[in-house]
Design a protein around this ligand. Structure first.
Ligand SMILES: *[C@@H]1O[C@H](CO)[C@@H](O)[C@H](O)[C@H]1NC(C)=O
Ligand SMILES: *[C@@H]1O[C@H](CO)[C@@H](O)[C@H](O)[C@H]1NC(C)=O
Ligand SMILES: *[C@@H]1O[C@H](CO)[C@@H](O)[C@H](O)[C@H]1NC(C)=O
Length: 437
């Protein structure tokens, strides 16, 4: 009571006694402050922009590519600074091949089937594999004279505990991408394979066809999560024990449920992706907070590898229209679909080839269909699926790739034609309309 009285009387006196002088000087002071802030703010923001070229380069590059810019050629017309470097640079890929206990031989076979001296390779054997297996894998990489000479294959020394469907899977993929970004400044696309994946085209086919594709296309199968699925997928909260335990155990479900996100939309799709360096730098460097926020959100989301990149790409203006909804794999499901895809065998061969996809999964170890793929699609009789870079003699079963030629020359075969056909469909107007929808 007393207090209130005092306050009242005080304010009453302030306005009563000094009449107009106090309000006048007060507003003058506020006006000057605002004026100076505005001027200072202008200078600060223009300076700030100069200091963050990444931002400017990124947005201008993305904006300058309208929907007709799938091909290097049309890109060149629009940006003369690339033209300055004479001809368009030929592409390079960065592969992650991952596996678990008992997978090292399959990983090695997949590596050899997708090997090309232009590319970069990282192999990760998770913590379930015994140290001996990891050492053996590292030793066989080290013992290969071509890998040794070109120095583009790495076995990750750090082995992570990876939970199927958990965020530790994404953490491991992001770590591999970081290593690839750090080790080589040259690759254009990152590709995610496992030990049970196998290529259906040669790297010469792949490199040749990608030479003419715009460098900002991301191949990531995606769809928005809507309706009842949203409640089912987004409300449960899971905990991945792989984040803090040293032994593998199953994902834990909490009893609490959370509300649906309102600051971004949720997308889901295939965990197999082919992503551009530009998009992955955006995810990993994190100069924009969205990729980091979504990573943290997905820490408690079931099947996060099927949603993280999808949600980031579809919620970022500059990348939305670079997402092509296809995972470049031939995958066969039982009908009705079970939780895991079907193992592919001899009887799937024709369908695999007809799909025009560059990769297929999943294959059992040393399934005879792999030999058929080697023989009929890849021409692989020795270590590698040979390309124009293999210039040695192949007489008497000798390995032509033991003599390394120019890796900028490709010798595309029928696989390149299949790929062209696939990309004809993928880059069509109809297909593009479904982006991030
Ligand atoms: C990457 O590949 C593995 C296969 O080893 C897969 O299980 C995983 O979910 C993939 N995707 C991501 C985003 O990690
Ligand atoms: C790529 O473009 C060049 C020049 O336009 C052309 O000669 C070449 O055949 C094209 N390659 C493919 C795979 O389309
Ligand atoms: C490799 O081939 C490319 C394309 O034909 C050519 O431009 C380049 O000069 C060649 N490099 C060497 C070292 O021969």
């Amino acid at each position: 009571m007393n207090m209130r009285k005092y306050v009242n009387s005080h304010s009453g006196r302030a306005f009563g006694d000094r009449v107009w002088i106090t309000p006048f000087f007060a507003s003058l002071l506020i006006f000057i402050t605002l004026f100076l802030t505005a001027i200072f703010g202008l200078f600060a923001s223009s300076n700030g922009r100069e200091q963050i070229p990444v931002d400017v380069i990124l947005s201008s590059k993305l904006e300058s590519d309208d929907s007709s810019g799938y091909f290097v050629n049309s890109e060149l017309k629009r940006s003369p600074e690339i033209n300055g470097n004479s001809k368009p640079r030929l592409p390079r890929f960065a592969y992650l091949i991952s596996g678990t206990k008992g997978d090292s031989h399959r990983m090695m076979r997949t590596l050899q089937a997708v090997y090309h001296p232009r590319n970069q390779y990282v192999m990760h054997l998770d913590l379930e594999a015994l140290p001996r297996e990891r050492l053996e894998l590292a030793a066989s990489v080290k013992a290969d004279p071509t890998f040794h000479e070109v120095d583009n294959v790495r076995v990750m020394a750090q082995s992570n505990l990876v939970t199927y469907k958990g965020p530790t899977m994404i953490a491991c993929t992001l770590q591999a991408i970081s290593i690839l970004l750090k080790e080589s400044s040259e690759w254009d696309w990152f590709i995610n394979l496992s030990a049970s994946d196998y290529p259906l085209v040669t790297q010469d086919d792949f490199l040749h066809v990608f030479s003419n594709l715009s460098r900002n296309l991301n191949f990531i199968e995606h769809m928005q999560i809507v309706g009842w699925k949203l409640n089912q997928r987004a409300k449960p909260i899971i905990v991945d024990p792989g984040l803090y335990l040293s032994k593998k155990s199953d994902i834990a479900w909490t009893t609490q449920r959370r509300s649906l996100p309102t600051s971004f939309k949720l997308f889901t799709g295939s965990a197999w992706v082919m992503l551009t360096r530009q998009f992955l730098e955006y995810c990993i460097w994190g100069w924009d907070n969205l990729p980091r926020t979504i990573l943290m959100y997905y820490a408690n989301f079931i099947s996060s590898p099927e949603g993280y990149f999808h949600t980031v790409i579809c919620n970022t203006d500059g990348f939305q229209n670079t997402a092509i909804s296809h995972d470049l794999h031939y995958i066969a499901w039982d009908s009705p679909p079970k939780q895991h895809p079907r193992y592919l065998s001899m009887k799937d061969f024709d369908k695999m080839v007809k799909s025009n996809a560059p990769f297929a999964r999943k294959f059992a170890k040393d399934d005879p269909v792999l030999d058929k793929i080697d023989k009929e699609l890849l021409g692989r009789t020795n270590r590698f699926a040979p390309g124009a870079w293999c210039i040695g003699s192949s007489e008497n079963g000798a390995d032509p790739c033991s003599l390394r030629g120019n890796d900028s020359v490709f010798n595309p075969g029928p696989g390149a034609q299949r790929l062209q056909e696939l990309f004809g469909t993928l880059l069509s107007e109809d297909f593009r309309k479904k982006q991030c929808a």
